[in-house]
Design a protein around this ligand. Structure first.
Ligand code: MN
Length: 379
């Protein structure tokens, strides 16, 4: 038996709850904080005797799921409330009617949807993918069900360590074959890559550790290379009065793993280990022209590979992704992928669906509004 300090745990729970409130604050309207507090209290009470497999208080899980909804997906109060309560109907004595009475019909519908998704997997058959697809169709009237489910899955993957091996394998493969593609479809790029990385961590731990270590071992020389590469671009952007940030980020462990495997090459020979991203701050009207201006600056310094030019600004991808990509040759003869986009495009590329709605509220021309790509999303 592990001894637990109840007082310490209570403090930690409150600390996490306050963090959630703090991060949600910019999104809250009057009365929202009260509702979130009520959901937190109800969930804490309902789960109070329960613990996660790790031995931690169960309430950590719904709190983390709510936090992912806010921080990584950008969802608002209804979703936060539903995330806090997402496991109470399935795992405790509380009924859907109780939720509806206390929190209204919308929250109850979302939780009902989440509980039904869980049911689909209980059969554990090869029918899963098909059932899953059907389930999504029936739930597509409220995409928040799917977004909260993804947050739930992400937290479960982050804490998969404490699960028995057979569960790791089952949850890991579901994640790879159902949830990661779904996150991709919804344009949630960072969640998609984290899910894939975590899948790899549990399915092929040796490869995962090896690649992670190589990425961190090569950090210093990579950063040096990136700095040399971007310096002339930075100077010119400044001279032309751009507001911008440039990031150089390694590709995900999983995508490197995939390249090594499909091309049958060692780590050292995966040439595009990272991408350079130029993110500019400009008005909506000026976006396209500004991105091409940056493209022109980049290619003044480095020779582009004409076969690798991708213009997803004129023609965004089906999941809403917009960006201008080119691959250019560095001074040392290495090809480097350069992604050029605006702050708005970057937000949408990283956080997907919910970010679209944030921009929708600002004045945007009809054709760029998210409804068009959303309507085709779950077909
Ligand atoms: Mn859960």
């Amino acid at each position: 038996m592990i001894k637990v300090d109840i007082e310490e745990e209570r403090k930690e729970i409150l600390k996490r709850y306050r963090k959630l409130l703090r991060l949600a604050k910019p999104l809250l309207k009057s009365g929202d904080a009260k509702l979130i507090k009520k959901a937190f209290n109800v969930a804490s009470e309902a789960h109070k005797e329960m613990r996660r497999k790790s031995g931690e208080p169960y309430i950590y899980h719904p709190l983390e799921v709510a936090l992912i909804c806010v921080e990584e997906i950008g969802l608002g109060t209804t979703s936060i409330v539903a995330a806090l309560l997402h496991d109470v109907v399935e795992d405790t004595d509380m009924e859907l009617e109780d939720i509806e009475r206390e929190f209204g019909v919308k929250v109850a519908q979302i939780i009902d949807g989440l509980t039904k998704i869980a049911g689909v997997f209980d059969y554990g058959s090869s029918q899963q993918a098909e059932n899953f697809r059907k389930m999504l169709l029936t739930l597509s009237d409220d995409v928040r069900v799917i977004l909260i489910k993804l947050a739930d899955r992400l937290n479960n993957m982050r804490t998969l360590d404490s699960m028995p091996r057979h569960k790791q394998l089952k949850i890991g493969s579901e994640t790879k074959y159902l949830y990661a593609p779904l996150a991709h479809r919804l344009g949630l790029y960072s969640i998609k890559s984290e899910l894939e990385d975590l899948h790899l961590k549990f399915m092929d731990n040796e490869a995962y550790e090896y690649i992670s270590k190589r990425i961190s071992d090569t950090r210093v020389s990579r950063n040096k290379f990136i700095k040399t590469f971007i310096t002339p671009i930075e100077n010119e952007l400044q001279a032309q009065g751009f507001k911008f940030v440039i990031k150089g980020r390694p590709k995900s462990v999983y995508s490197i793993y995939n390249k090594m495997k499909t091309q049958n090459i060692p780590f050292e020979e995966v040439f595009d280990l990272f991408a350079i991203r130029v993110i500019i701050d400009t008005s909506y009207e000026n976006e396209k022209a500004a991105c091409w201006q940056v493209y022109s600056i980049v290619t003044d310094f480095y020779r582009p590979n004409p076969n690798r030019l991708r213009d997803w600004i004129s023609t965004p991808r089906a999941n809403g992704y917009e960006s201008l990509h080119t691959t250019a040759m560095s001074q040392t003869g290495q090809w480097v992928e350069v992604q050029i986009r605006t702050q708005r495009m970057d937000d949408i590329a990283e956080r997907g669906y919910a970010a679209h709605w944030k921009y929708k509220e600002k004045k945007m021309p009809q054709k760029k509004q998210p409804v068009a790509w959303m309507s085709g999303l779950l077909k």
